[in-house]
Design a protein around this ligand. Structure first.
Ligand code: ADP
Length: 360
């Protein structure tokens, strides 16, 4: 199948500062790809390079089977939504939505049909005669999305479209964007530094650091099998717990050993056969269970330091040697600060990383 977008050996530098290292990605038609990473890792630069708003140092960008590396943004067959809405303040919502189409000289009837279709899709139909100043932040961002959608192109690029909105609106509009994608079936590339947006929206997430993709995979794969320590620590809230120790293969069995912990690794899916040496064990707060001893699991005995109730669940922090570890519990929690506990660790769900930080 032909890719909707191909990025081939892309390199971007400002002077002698490289922002995107040799990068290649193929994005399938209808795919929702999220570019995720900390501020400054090159997400917007990459998106702008696909849009044609960014000079590139080397490489090619292909969209719908066509090499568009040297094409103007308007000729690339894309629609783009930015973080700031930048609507025309003196124009009504209707005019804001139709402006680009009028400039492009589309017939009046076609423009009207598209505007009413998109207005219905984005719940803007009753707001068409208002000006941006008469709209809420969420409604303005809907108009900005609508302005991209009326172009009816195959590829949409979003650059942190929700980050100017308050938490409640952000959650609502996130669901709207997902519905929109399910209904329209366009190819979407979406930049965010918010892991919840990435996990909830993406078919695949590309996690970036310093201009290099660390892992390109489904949200489930990234959550359960992070490729390295950076990805493991970046995804998940509370963050993954880490314990430094050693893998020992010398006694005929494979174990992870650390001060106060010795755990069998028989059920762990190693990528390559393990060798004795330093390693970091990573496990999510949801991979610990309170009845570890009864289940015969390796346990981490300590004392509760803090309980954070979060409605249907709670996060319980406990001290284990010099570390503060977290455990997620469903339902009401009766444990209090100072209580002893010995939660068990399901090693089949854990992650192990070698001395260079990559997954073992
Ligand atoms: P992100 O979108 O992930 O926050 P950006 O793509 O905006 O990151 O920026 C990536 C890197 O490129 C940053 O280190 C930033 O400082 C640098 N950068 C961005 N624009 C320019 C520019 N015009 N000149 C020099 N460096 C820039």
């Amino acid at each position: 199948m032909q890719s909707a977008i191909s990025i081939n050996n892309l390199k971007i530098a400002y002077g002698n500062q490289t922002v995107i290292e040799e990068m290649s990605i193929d994005i399938a038609p209808k795919e929702f790809l999220v570019l995720l990473g900390p501020s400054g890792c090159g997400k917007s630069t990459l998106l702008n390079a696909i849009a044609g708003l960014q000079n590139i140092t080397a490489g090619e960008v292909w969209i719908s089977g066509k090499n568009v590396t040297w094409e103007e943004p308007k000729d690339r067959g894309i629609g783009m939504v930015f973080q700031s809405y930048a609507l025309y303040p003196r124009m009504s919502v209707r005019k804001n939505l139709s402006f680009g189409l009028r400039v492009a000289g589309l017939p009046k009837l076609e423009i009207e049909a598209r505007v009413s279709r998109i207005a219905a899709l984005l719940h803007l139909d009753t707001l068409l005669d208002r000006r941006p100043a008469e709209l809420s932040g969420g409604q303005r961002q809907r108009v900005a999305i609508g302005r991209a959608l009326v172009r009816e192109v195959d590829v949409f690029l979003f650059d942190e479209p929700l980050s100017n909105l308050d938490a409640k609106l952000r959650n609502e509009l996130r669901v709207e964007i997902k519905k929109l994608h399910q209904r329209l079936g366009n190819t979407m590339i979406y930049v965010t530094h918010d892991q919840v947006e990435a996990l909830t929206l993406a078919d695949r997430i590309a996690i970036m650091r310093d201009g290099v993709i660390q892992q390109l995979a489904s949200p489930a794969e990234i959550y359960h099998r992070p490729a390295n320590l950076f990805v493991a620590a970046f995804i998940g809230a509370p963050a993954m717990n880490f314990i430094e120790g050693r893998i020992n293969t010398d006694r005929g069995s494979i174990t992870f050993e650390s001060k106060g912990l010795r755990a069998d690794l028989d059920g762990y899916a190693f990528k390559t056969p393990p060798a004795t040496g330093p390693a970091t064990l990573g496990f999510r707060p949801d991979h610990l269970v309170l009845d570890g001893i009864a289940r015969g699991l390796p346990t981490l005995s300590g004392h509760v330091s803090v309980v954070e109730p979060m409605g249907p669940e709670a996060v319980l922090w406990f001290d284990w040697f010099d570390k503060s570890l977290s455990l997620r519990l469903m339902g009401d929690v009766t444990l209090k600060p100072g209580d002893a506990l010995a939660p068990g660790l399901d090693m089949t769900k854990a992650s192990l990383f070698g001395a260079d930080g990559s997954r073992l």
